[in-house]
Every structure is written in C-alpha cells, then in structure tokens.
Design a protein around this ligand. Structure first.
Ligand SMILES: Nc1ncnc2c1ncn2[C@@H]1O[C@H](COP(=O)(O)OP(=O)(O)OP(=O)(O)O)[C@@H](O)[C@H]1O
Ligand SMILES: [Mg+2]
Length: 457
C-alpha cells in the first residue's frame, strides 16, 4: 500500500477514536516513522520536542493496537512494527476503512513533493516540469564523508550512463543517506526523481502504476505498464530509487532469492539494464542478488556499490560526546557503522555523561537493545546453513580459512560454499587475502552471537 493510503487510513482511525482528523504533526510523525527516523530526527526536522513526538507516536500506536484488538489480534504496536501492524490491519479485512479512501494518488504526492530552490532554474538545464517524489527519502542531518562514493555514483550515472546501479551493505551503514545526499546534490540533473520503498509497497505492479498515475507519460494506456514505464525512461531523464529491496527476497533461504510473488522484479531489472533509455534506477538493499552482480565493468550495464563503514572521527561530531581521543577507538569497535555509533553515543551520554574514554575503560563492545533487535531480525532471516556457519565463526575471535571453518561443520561441500557466499552477499562476512584467503565475521555481530546464542542452540 502507498503512503497516501496509510495516511488516509490513519486519518480515518484517528477520526474514529478521537473525533478529530489527523493533524499535521501526526502526519509528520507517521512519515518519519515509515522512513525509520528516530523521534529525535523527526523532532529536529520540524523544530519540536523529541518527547512530544514520542508521545504523539505512542498515541497513534495505541489506536492501531486497539483497532487490531477489536479484530481479535493482541499486538503491542510500537515504532518498529508500526508499518507491519497497519498491513496486518488491512489483511484482517478492515476494508471498510479503506473503501472510503480517495484513491487520487497524485494529490498527496504532489503536496509532499520536495522541490528544491534549484528547480526554478530548471529551464536553464532544459528540464521542463520537473517532478519529484521524495516522500520516502529521509532527510539527512549532518551528512559527512562519503566523497569517494558520491563521486563513484556521479561517474556511473553522468559519465557512463549506467542504467541499473545497486547500493549495498549492512543495515545502518548509510545506504539510504548516501543516495539521498546524491539526489540533493544533483536535483536539477533529472526531469523526474521518484523514491519508492519496498517495505511498504512490495508489488511491482503497484509501484509502476503509482509512477504512471503521477507522472505525465507519453502514451498512456496504449501499452502494458512496464512498456509505458520504459517509454517514460526513454522520453525523460528519470532517476528512480527503489529502497529496501531485500524485502522482495525470501527469508530463511540464501541471500537474494526472489520470493515467488516478486519474480516479476527479476524481468523488470533485466529490462531496465538491457533496454535503451536515458534514465537511471538505483536499487538499495541489505542483500545482494545475482542480478546486481557486475562481473566485468566493461561488459555489464549494471554496477554495485558496496558500502563499508566510515572511518573519519567527524562522524561523531554533534553527538554530544566529549573526549575526542576515544572517538577513533569507538569508530573501530563499531566498524564505522553510523547507526551503531549513534546508538552507543546515546548510551555513553546517558551512563558516562558523554565521556567515551570512561566508557571504554569500563567496557569494550556493548551490544545495545537496538543493535540486539536488529541482529535478531538478521539472524532469523538467514538460512539454517548460514546460521551453522555463523555459530562456528563465533567460536574464535580471528579470521578463519575455508578449510578451518568447514572442519567442524556437518555440511556438504556444496551447502558450505553456498552458505559462505550468501553470508558475503549479506555483508555479515568479509573475505580478505593475507598469505591465504581468510573470512571474517563482522565483530559487532559476532559479539551479539556470543552473547545470545549459547552452544547447543
Ligand atoms: N555519511 C553520513 N553522515 C552522517 N550520518 C549518516 C551518514 N550515513 C548514514 N548516516 C546516518 O546513519 C543512520 C543510518 O543510515 P541509513 O538509514 O542511510 O542506513 P541504511 O544503510 O539505509 O540502513 P537500512 O538498510 O537499515 O535501511 C541514519 O540516521 C543516517 O542519517
Ligand atoms: Mg535504508
């Protein structure tokens, strides 16, 4: 379902429970929650108090909980399961609420379209009637570093005109932020910029239909929707972002396996890569799939940018931490992952009054509640074969060779190599060369496994 429909559904629910329509603040909170923003980020963006945004959000969760309860489902709705709870509500057949929804998709998109000041100069760049839908593209506050990655994207898009680009990496590493930053820097280079998120709208048909109903297309209704979209990509310089692509892959199997109902994406990605047009599609995913793999830079019209952590201490600027001498150590411990670092900075503020050195003197690697919940999801998502390899990895605090790893595992050679490849496709395991090839489990994830998965699991 689209963000328009979620907002309209929430409007109906809020009216039913409070007698008032959804107000602007509630609307902003919902958009922020759907974009995985923290309460503090939402509050900062609209100059409000973080606690107040939290309070408003909890009231909304309460309404959804109550509605689910009326349908016989006890769900503790919170920030992390808000979107899935709404989906559940709809799946449970609460259609009467949706029936009243006005399906003019365009209205809200146009209202939420964030046109930059540069848009007024668009005629200079031959960009007529620029259209932007960045509703799902979280704003980045204090973006830092990533100059090389931004340059790589520019080169692929503007010099090599690569039609299909993937930005890949672990959760929280900064994929979404990087692409949003790229857009902010290049707003006036595209006639159409659209950001879609597959967590909420996994259906390809729906995504294409939404695009076609909101953008002026040359030959509406004459062709199939996919053909119409390809025509649009040919006629206009478009940049389409598809975020959270991992949602179309199957949990419990090796990485990058399309779910049965998402197989049409595979054909769609191939068509984007192989058809002639002037546009670019960026896929953002925590999992790599074969269609994103570029085996030879010169031959393939697809490219993949795999993000590593940040290593500059300025990532900890504005986190309220003092004692800068400890920052580099913190960045190394948490692999430069901005989400882990934000999380740990907040813990150091609360417990050590912002002193990183004090925290390091007392404890080393702390797995916060947020990290634990994110790693639980990840561990439960990987295949049973990968789980076995992860548990084997977690026994030793050093990189291991293939042979060493396999020694104590009761896995066939084929299962073992596929599992090892899949863990690399999820960015949990990295391969590197010393005098021989070694593999390393992400140290933060390893600490989580050590703490939570006792032997015999
Ligand atoms: N270069 C950066 N400078 C400053 N903050 C950053 C940077 N990159 C990411 N962040 C911040 O780190 C957090 C996580 O980033 P982001 O949402 O882009 O991660 P992600 O890789 O898309 O994660 P997921 O796969 O879970 O969606 C956000 O709060 C974001 O603003
Ligand atoms: Mg993201």
């Amino acid at each position: 379902m689209s963000v328009t429909e979620i907002l309209q559904l929430m409007d109906q629910l809020v009216s039913k429970h409070t007698g008032n329509s959804l107000d602007d603040l509630q609307r902003r909170a919902i958009l922020g929650i759907l974009q995985h923003q923290t309460y503090s980020d939402i509050a900062e963006g609209i100059n409000y108090d973080e606690e107040y945004i939290g309070k408003i959000s909890r009231e909304l969760y309460g309404i959804v909980s109550q509605e689910l309860k009326e349908l016989g489902q006890e769900v503790d709705v919170k920030k992390s399961n808000f979107a899935t709870s709404i989906k559940k509500l709809i799946n449970l057949g609460n259609h009467y609420l949706l029936q009243n929804i006005n399906h003019i998709h365009g209205n809200l998109y146009v209202n939420n379209t964030q046109n930059s000041p540069q848009d007024s100069n668009n005629t200079q760049n031959n960009v007529k009637s620029a259209y932007r839908d960045l509703t799902f593209a979280p704003k980045v506050i204090n973006f830092s570093n990533r100059e090389t990655e931004l340059q790589t994207l520019s080169n692929w898009i503007f010099n090599q005109n690569t039609p299909l680009i993937s930005v890949l990496g672990l959760s929280g590493i900064g994929k979404t932020a990087l692409v949003r930053r790229f857009i902010d820097l290049n707003l006036d280079s595209f006639e159409v910029i659209i950001w879609k998120n597959l967590q909420l709208t996994p259906s390809l048909n729906q995504i294409i239909t939404e695009i076609l109903t909101t953008v002026e297309t040359p030959e509406k209704f004459l062709n199939s929707p996919v053909r119409q979209l390809l025509n649009l990509l040919k006629e206009k310089r478009c940049l389409i972002i598809i975020d959270d692509v991992q949602h179309i892959f199957t949990p419990g199997q090796f990485a990058g396996q399309y779910q049965a109902e998402s197989k049409d994406y595979q054909k769609f990605f191939t068509a984007i890569a192989e058809t002639e047009h002037q546009s670019n599609i960026i896929l953002i995913s925590q999992e790599k799939c074969a269609d994103m793999q570029c085996l030879d830079d010169r031959l393939y019209p697809v490219k993949a940018l795999e993000l590593l952590g940040l290593d500059n201490i300025n990532i900890l600027d504005n986190t309220g931490l003092n004692n800068q001498d400890s920052w580099l150590k913190l960045i190394q411990l948490y692999q430069g992952n901005p989400t882990y670092l934000k999380d740990i900075a907040s813990l150091i503020q609360d417990v050590y009054d912002g002193d990183g050195a004090d925290s390091l003197a007392e404890t080393s690697l702390v797995i916060t509640q947020n990290m634990q919940s994110c790693f639980n999801d990840l561990f439960n998502r990987v295949s049973p074969i990968e789980q076995q390899i992860i548990l084997e990895f977690s026994k030793l605090d050093r990189p291991m060779s293939r042979e060493e790893l396999k020694e104590n595992l009761a896995l066939s050679s084929v299962d073992f190599v596929k599992g090892l490849q899949s863990l690399q496709y999820r960015y949990i395991v990295t391969k590197f060369k010393s005098d021989k090839i070694l593999f390393k489990l992400s140290p933060v994830f390893r600490e989580y496994v050590k703490e939570t998965k006792k032997p015999g699991f």
